[in-house]
Design a protein around this ligand. Structure first.
Ligand code: BG6
Length: 460
């Protein structure tokens, strides 16, 4: 039997844009996803856009019952910025306030710990039009928005997160083309990363100035970089990959400053962002209380053996390359490696190098295509998902036994939800969503999760 400490939290996470639906209703304005879908629907799997998604907006009363039935003691979602503040004038949308207060109150009535995240890839279009995170005015707008959220909802919230996986919107907006505006522009990527960090630290500052008493933190996707071999070039590649992919947000968020080695690389590339001493002071003085860790897949890296042309555009790929390790275990639907031990390695890294700060797993899960083929007696028998959870929980429990300060485990996700470009291709939920009827049905993993929480552990 694998057991967890008393009070360990069990639950799931979702985000506003992926679960609420009602994208064009009740005063909400467009975010980048609504806009992009309108402009280029062919980018989206099966042409399904964000306007409807899981429709929690119209179903939250019943959906909260399902939180209880699947054993949740903690839940995380986000606030849709363009729903709460639909325009540049900063006016609050009263219908959004009513929705969020009702939704959150229902969750609290069930005695479920509620964590609220302020930004999950869904930039209001009126701010994207002025350059999004590459413009400092967006940082100011974000701080006003965060303050409004603290004023309006703090009594219902048990902990705040400023951002979900900020490195993802940096890479996807300005390096890889997966998020709007899908530009390839390293200078903008670095400015976007810096202003995102500044926004996070500034929101924490604002919360403390308002005398906020709840914990406030950031959610990072920590993807340990494993070197191909012990050769010096591969080890160096893994070190630099860690700087870009982990330390870039973890260090300023937890320690209050950027690693010198990372700053040196960026300076050498002549790509330092615009910043002021006051910005650095804000980052230094406003570190997080607790950390959310999303974990799906590790990174495997090797040295880049090729020479870069003198005038080649900057890419972290200059310093390390992805390594396609033979025999790695894959989730073929998402194309991500499955490597549960990484969760242990993450925990030990936080314990030994980040002051053993309090943290919890804020996302971990397995997206599978065509789950219909696993239906038996009317229910999706997702044993593969249960195995995935068990294996990750095993490594997590081992790390906790060895002193890791992890307080909970949230899976991705509660009810099957819409995924950025993949729409509903891969299903992640503890609860199945029938896309045609909107009906919800608990999967086998949802029942297993209920038992997990009830027993505060599971039979290996
Ligand atoms: C996380 C994000 O990175 O991964 C979620 O926080 C996302 O928003 C989840 O949905 C799963 O990834 P995907 O691309 O399969 O939806």
């Amino acid at each position: 039997m694998i057991k967890f400490p008393q009070g360990f939290l069990y639950g799931s996470a979702t985000s506003a844009a992926q679960s609420e639906g009602a994208a064009n209703l009740d005063g909400k304005s467009e975010n980048t996803w609504d806009f992009w879908y309108k402009e280029d629907p062919y980018k989206f799997h099966n042409l399904i856009g964000p306007e409807k998604t899981t429709d929690i907006y119209h179903n939250y009363e019943k959906d909260v019952e399902l939180l209880e039935k699947t054993g949740h003691s903690v839940f995380r979602t986000s606030i849709g910025w363009s729903r709460l503040i639909p325009a540049m004038d900063g006016e609050v949308n009263p219908k959004a306030v009513k929705f969020y207060r009702d939704y959150f109150s229902k969750i609290k009535e069930k005695n479920i710990t509620l964590y609220i995240n302020l930004f999950h890839f869904d930039m209001p279009m009126y701010l994207m039009d002025i350059g999004g995170w590459t413009n400092k005015k967006t940082v100011e707008a974000y701080v006003s928005y965060a303050k409004k959220c603290f004023e309006l909802f703090d009594d219902l919230v048990d902990g705040w997160f400023t951002f979900n996986e900020p490195i993802v919107h940096v890479q996807c907006q300005y390096m890889s083309g997966h998020h709007y505006p899908a530009e390839v522009n390293p200078q903008k990527a670095i400015q976007c990363a810096f202003y995102t960090q500044l926004a996070s630290s500034s929101a924490i500052k604002a919360y403390r100035e308002m005398d906020g008493k709840k914990k406030i933190g950031i959610i990072l996707n920590l993807t340990p970089s494993y070197p191909r071999s012990d050769n010096v070039g591969d080890l160096k590649a893994a070190e630099i990959s860690e700087l870009f992919n982990t330390a870039s947000f973890l260090d300023p968020s937890v320690k209050g400053y950027y690693p010198k080695e990372l700053v040196d690389i960026i300076a050498n590339e002549d790509l330092l962002p615009e910043y002021t001493d006051q910005d650095l002071q804000i980052i230094k003085e406003n570190t997080i209380d607790f950390l959310g860790v999303n974990y799906y897949q590790p990174l495997r890296v090797m040295e880049n053996p090729y020479l870069y042309k003198d005038n080649a555009m900057f890419s972290p790929g200059k310093y390390y390359m992805g390594y396609d390790m033979p025999g790695k275990r894959m989730n073929p639907y998402r194309g991500w490696e499955i490597y549960p031990k990484a969760l242990y390695d993450i925990a030990i890294n936080i314990r030994d190098n980040y002051g053993n700060i309090e943290w919890l797993v804020t996302e971990n899960g397995m997206g599978v295509e065509d789950e219909e083929r696993f239906r038996k007696d009317g229910q999706i028998q997702d044993d593969y998902r249960i195995e995935f959870f068990k294996e990750h929980l095993y490594w997590l429990s081992k790390a906790i036994e060895e002193g890791a300060n992890c307080k909970g485990y949230q899976v991705w996700t509660f009810i099957d939800c819409w995924s950025w470009l993949n729409a509903y291709k891969n299903r992640y939920g503890l609860v199945e969503l029938d896309l045609k009827t909107g009906e919800r049905k608990i999967k086998k993993s949802g029942e297993w999760f209920y038992e997990l929480r009830k027993n505060n552990g599971f039979e290996l």
